[in-house]
Design a protein around this ligand. Structure first.
Ligand code: ZN
Length: 244
């Protein structure tokens, strides 16, 4: 092989490698995007002039923590939206029923809470349908939106959601995922009160022992935003305000 041929082959191989890396980077960015997915409808916030926000809680239910949260929300007169994990509903059906009975919105956060980016269509179907059935068994009758575990989706999941007309809901504010804020309830509350805007979707994880700073922040978040003139609505109510 001539030196020129070797160089040309090497150049071609490098170009392919570069394109592959670019493709992988693009797929990774797409999988983690809070604002966009390939198919179907995704909401990360709603464009509205009304001073409304939606409080959303991911994971669970879990005994004790669910009751404590429901008590706080009832005391503040706030309806929220809960993205529950199917296996946790199965383990704690009473807590799921209590959430539904209190008039909150229930959403599907998968059955097993695994990353769903590389899941087969059959596995995605199983994750969604099994959890939807458990949500209905808990007595919830409203629309069931979906929130992907870790916010991750790429190809099969959005395609399945679009085909079944299921709305994907992410968020625009996630205080307890910010290292500087998480772990300190006053900082969490301040972050949300400072950054919320009309139509914001706030994500909190509170139904774990390790997340009690987030739990303790809930009353201050609600009071702080109410003081700024905000109203708390469920996701269904928020989505109804979408302009298009
Ligand atoms: Zn989760």
């Amino acid at each position: 092989m001539s030196r020129r041929t070797i160089l040309m082959r090497l150049g071609t191989a490098l170009l392919f490698l570069l394109l592959l890396l670019l493709g992988l980077f693009g797929a990774w960015q797409l999988a983690r995007s809070r604002h966009f997915q390939l198919f179907g409808d995704l909401v990360d916030r709603v464009d509205t002039d009304q001073k409304v926000v939606a409080l959303t809680f991911d994971d669970g239910p879990s005994p004790g923590y669910t009751q404590a949260l429901l008590k706080t929300l009832a005391a503040q007169g706030v309806k929220a939206s809960f993205f529950l994990v199917g296996s946790a509903i199965e383990a704690h059906p009473l807590e799921a029923k209590l959430i539904a009975k209190a008039g909150h919105q229930l959403g599907n956060h998968s059955y097993s809470h695994q990353r769903m980016v590389l899941m087969s269509p059959a596995a995605v179907k199983e994750e969604l349908e099994r959890t939807n059935a458990l949500i209905r068994q808990a007595g919830y009758q409203g629309p069931i939106y979906f929130r992907p575990p870790y916010g991750k989706k790429l190809w099969v999941l959005p395609w399945f959601l679009a085909r079944h007309d299921i709305l994907s809901v992410t968020w625009d504010l996630e205080p307890d995922s910010h290292p500087k804020v998480a772990g300190n309830s006053a900082a969490i509350a301040r972050y949300v009160v400072d950054h919320a805007r009309p139509g914001s979707i706030i994500l909190l994880h509170v139904m774990f022992g390790s997340r009690q700073a987030s739990m303790a922040a809930v009353p201050a978040i609600i009071q702080g935003l109410k003081a700024k003139g905000y109203r708390f609505v469920t996701l269904k109510e928020l989505v109804a305000l979408r302009k298009s």
